[in-house]
Design a protein around this ligand. Sequence first.
Ligand code: SAM
Ligand code: CA
Length: 218
Amino acid sequence: MSRTLTIDDTLFQYIVDHAAREHPAQVGLREATRDHPYAGMQIGPDQGQFMALLVKLIGAKRTIEIGVFTGYSALSVALALPEDGRVLACDINDEFTRVGKPFWKQAGVEHKIDLKLQPAMKTLDERLAAGEAGRYDFAFIDADKRSYDGYYERCLQLVRQNGLIAIDNTLWSGEVARPAKNEDTAALQALNDKLHRDERVDVSLLTVGDGLTLARKR
Ligand code: SAM
Ligand code: CA
């Protein structure tokens, strides 16, 4: 018997109305992204609320985001951070990220989001070379799936002990449970297998959104 809900449009609307207390800028950014051809890449408001809660629970100040798109997840995390908190936001696409900037400003969190427009691997390697290993509290991985393992290994170095890494799309519309038809699915399967036995972290694979794995650094 399935123990996970099927979420139809009616239930999703109920979730939007009850699971998230969105800032007007979050509502505005969702609306501004709604007609974007890749709007489906945006996390849901329930996931944004959950990530904000996690950030507050662990008292995060320094965070990393890999894959910004139009900036909803970065906005959700930035709103949850204290005034001196920061998001090191990594993306390669200015057309996507510039959609979010007016909403970051509207929410008064623009100064917390440090956007780096270059391959995320380069940004992470630069931070490691600058001696920032162990200096971050939270990381959210949500960019190109084939690079997830490389992002995970770097984030594991960059976060402190007890720090948290959240990895998005780990259920990949259910494709991970079937023979892989493409490299993205194969990469996610390999990472899920690795995380399942990775003694460096405590893990929990949640059926939030398209699958969200939490890994706490031991
Ligand atoms: N977290 C976002 C949200 O909730 O709205 C969604 C991120 S979207 C799924 C993935 C993003 O990763 C895209 O904006 C894309 O430009 C970015 N991306 C793809 N390859 C990348 C790379 N090598 N380095 C950094 N960002 C990359
Ligand atoms: Ca995602």
